[in-house]
Design a protein around this ligand. Sequence first.
Ligand SMILES: Cc1cc2nc3c(=O)[nH]c(=O)nc-3n(C[C@H](O)[C@H](O)[C@H](O)COP(=O)(O)O)c2cc1C
Ligand SMILES: [Zn+2]
Ligand SMILES: [Zn+2]
Length: 527
Amino acid sequence: MDGETAPEGYVVEKCGESEANEEEQTTIPENVDPLQIFRMPKRMTLPEKQKNSDETIEKNLRFWKETLENQRITKVLAPMVDQSELAFRMFTRKYGAQLTFTPMIHAHLFVNDGTYRRNSLALVKADRPLVVQFCANKVDTFLAACRLVEDVCDGVDLNLGCPQMVAKRGRYGSWLQDEVDLICEMVSAVRDYCRLPISCKIRVRDDRQQTVEYAKRLVDAGATMLTVHGRTRDMKGAETGLADWSRIRDVVEAVGSRVPVMANGNIQFPGDVERCMQATGAVAIMSAEGLLYNPLIFDDANAHVDTWKIAAEYLEYAKKFNAGTSAIRAHVFRICHHSLLEYEDLRMRVSLEHRIEDFENIVEELAKRAKSDAEAGKNREVEARTLFENIRNGILMNAIEVSKQPHWISKPYFRLKEVAKESIVGEGEKTFREKQKEKLAQTAKEMGVSMKQARKRERRQLSGARILEAKKIKFPPCARCGQPAGQGCANSKCKKCCRYQSKHELLDCKPHRYLFASQPPAVSAEN
Ligand SMILES: Cc1cc2nc3c(=O)[nH]c(=O)nc-3n(C[C@H](O)[C@H](O)[C@H](O)COP(=O)(O)O)c2cc1C
Ligand SMILES: [Zn+2]
Ligand SMILES: [Zn+2]
């Protein structure tokens, strides 16, 4: 340890070396209330690893195939950092999700940091079958993390899809796909020494043949299920584009007879599930963004509900299952996306508020306005419902046309080019700019000032709110201890936590001037 002290609360212990703590359970008791929340203990011990019998390996290999078949599972909630939290998992289950994934968890921190472990997972018995997803780049660490959750879920998954820069720096997610030998070693270790079936979530590669070879190697190594996201690593941010279902089909044809393949990407409307299964041959489909913007897309009967109704019900789940503020805020933003574009003041409030009651108040206010908008726009609503019904039945969808539909009806979000945004105005509706001008004229009249003065006044108010917002954004909390994080920190941590993580995972953080990746210390520290 180099005599370095760990940041407070950072429980440093190698698995298997800590004392057992009798007060904390490591398994969910049989007779517990199915909705009682369970968290991973801060202290855990791992017994010596034991090799699985051939029988266990065989059983695990069949597990997902049999489970998906027997329970007729076709609709799956994707792993999403900060967004497939317990509350959202339970909420989407109510509307049709049959299998859920936890957000990606850092295996290294999960194994070595009791506080992180405790905070990274909340579980209830009713949320099953459940897959816990990890990112990792070391065989032993990944295996230890998987063994720690043996008693609380149905399977473990290795994230091989994350395309972000933090993943590149940390050498995980899709950035590991160039080290297939290492990936296979990790997968085989879990197959051989963990009681849970191991699955992998991958992106398609640049080349078709390469994708198929990659998938085969993973299955050979012991993957018992694959999720294939039909976008390549470069398709992210503004370049996201559409997932290519035919690339998923390649994988299904290559390994689908050996393990179940789930298709991921572009599920936006009811009806897409069936279309995607047909196009890919996949046994189930997984959705992420589609469910964030409309958590009801899996429910044919309910699909296009008022945004505020969905948000209000999600908030009930958030309360019941103790969701964190950042998860709640992000969900409200997405569920009410189209309505909040209409109501800038409410949008601002969502970005500033913290308590669940505040979010409830915002949604209540939105409900009032949306109801009166809906009352005034009955015809538009009828037209929208006809359009959505046609899309469900298979007419070709036009993103701009869909985006033009009334804000209060839940619908998907499209990354449209800036130019296209101007044209997203319903027939006979005013553009945003026209509306702003009218509002300004109104203010000017009420205050008895000129338009110019009213505009100045508005700008002052807006910048006041922005400064307030900027202050909060400037120092977001450290991802593990809650102290203010360093500005631009590569690990989203405070200085102390960043140093600790950077040193132990050999990372760089330029803002904090830690260069453990590019200039590793001559004698590396233990552990
Ligand atoms: C907010 C957000 C968080 C995500 N977090 C994860 C994650 O933790 N692990 C993972 O494998 N994929 C993650 N993804 C990717 C999704 O699981 C999914 O593969 C991707 O969004 C494509 O599916 P979609 O077209 O249904 O959105 C995330 C996506 C979003 C939008
Ligand atoms: Zn910290
Ligand atoms: Zn840092």
